[in-house]
Structures are given as C-alpha cells and as structure tokens.
Design a protein around this ligand. Structure first.
Ligand SMILES: [Zn+2]
Length: 210
C-alpha cells in the first residue's frame, strides 16, 4: 500500500490530477496479489497422516512427498503444496486435493475456466484473451482460451448425451383402468407473431388403444 500511496501522489504532482484509470487498475492488481498470497497460504497442506490412499486400479497409492501445484485463479497465479501419492502397480498418481478443488490435471481454477469459456464462446479466441486481461486482469494465452472453450464444448456434448441416454431409459408407468376409445387433445396458442390470426386453436382427436 505504501507503493500505491506514492504512485497516487506522484501522479498528482506530475499532472495536477489523478489518473484514475491507472490508479484503479493498480489497486485491483495490488488486491489480487494480496488475495493470491492469502489463497496460496490457505490451500497449503502439511504431510498427511494417511500414508496410503486407494488407487483406481484396486491397489494403493503411497505418499511420496509434498509437491507444488501452480494454478491460475481469478486473483492471479497461486501455488500451494499438497501431498503427492503414487501407485506402485499402475504408476498412476491420484491426487485427492486436486480432485476436491476441481483442478486435477488443470492449470486453471474453476472460476478462471468459467471466464475462459464465456469469452471463448462468443468471440475469436484472441479477443477472448484480451477481454480476460482487461476485465479480470488475468494473463492467459490465446491457445488456453481455445482449449478451455473446446473442453467445455466437449463436456456439454457429454452431458447432453448422458441426458439423452437417461431419457431413453425412462421407466414409464403402465396405464391401468378401462381402455379409452377416443382421446381428445386441444392445443391453444395466443399472440403468434406474424400471423393474421391473434388466436390459433387446433383440436385433434386420436384413436387410442392400450
Ligand atoms: Zn494403481
């Protein structure tokens, strides 16, 4: 904050006024750096008491050491220590901390990934990179914006497919009671734009046999 005060007064002396844009950007940057330092400290873990954790192969992954994880968060680059486990059978390194934080095999935090998806979906990826820098003060590569937008797109496709599969597997109730010989269905629509009719009505009848 001392540097901040000095800058504000230096600007005032030089130009006779305060360059508010420069100052507000500087304040945001300073607050981000303070936040990133606090986040690094909060996320830091000590060596675990549990020396082995289950591995997806069915064996156990054993604790090796504390390893550093760099992640770009909404308040800037953060780095924290967390336990590192390796499975002797399949050499996979499951990481419960990364999984719980949503940063497993990811260099960006969930908040930054959401921002990248937003700027990457509606504009060219390079423009998305510029928007992130101006709006959030985050420095990322154009390629990262593109990769995140693709990953989010693939995830949406996967969720849609899962939804389709679920709807196919729906267990519908079996109708009970006497058969209905004719089922009348009426569909009403009002205020249809571009139509000379301001009220459309349709009546349909179906022969239904159960
Ligand atoms: Zn394993």
């Amino acid at each position: 904050m001392k540097r901040l005060t000095e800058k504000i007064f230096a600007d005032r002396r030089k130009a006779g006024r305060i360059d508010l844009e420069a100052v507000e950007m500087f304040v945001r940057d300073s607050l981000h750096r303070t936040g990133a330092a606090a986040l690094s400290h909060l996320l830091k873990e000590d060596p675990p008491e549990q020396r082995a954790i289950p591995c997806s192969c069915g064996h156990s992954a054993h604790y090796k050491e504390l390893r550093s994880k760099p992640v770009l968060t909404v308040v800037g680059p953060v780095e924290f220590q967390r336990p590192y486990y390796v499975c002797a059978q399949c050499h996979h390194a499951p990481n419960p901390t990364d999984a719980a934080l949503g940063v497993e095999r990811q260099e960006f935090s969930p908040g930054v990934r959401r921002m990248m998806a937003v700027v990457g979906s509606g504009s060219p990826f390079d423009l998305g990179r510029e928007q992130l820098e101006l709006l959030a003060g985050l420095h990322v590569s154009t390629k990262s914006v593109e990769r995140q937008a693709e990953q989010i797109g693939a995830e949406i496709m996967r969720l849609e497919q899962a939804e389709i599969q679920r709807s196919v597997q729906l267990e519908l109730p079996i109708p009970v009671g006497p058969p209905i010989p004719i089922l009348y269905v009426e569909i009403d629509g009002t205020g249809i734009r571009g139509s000379r009719l301001n009220r459309a009505s349709a009546v349909a009848s179906f022969d239904v046999s159960f």
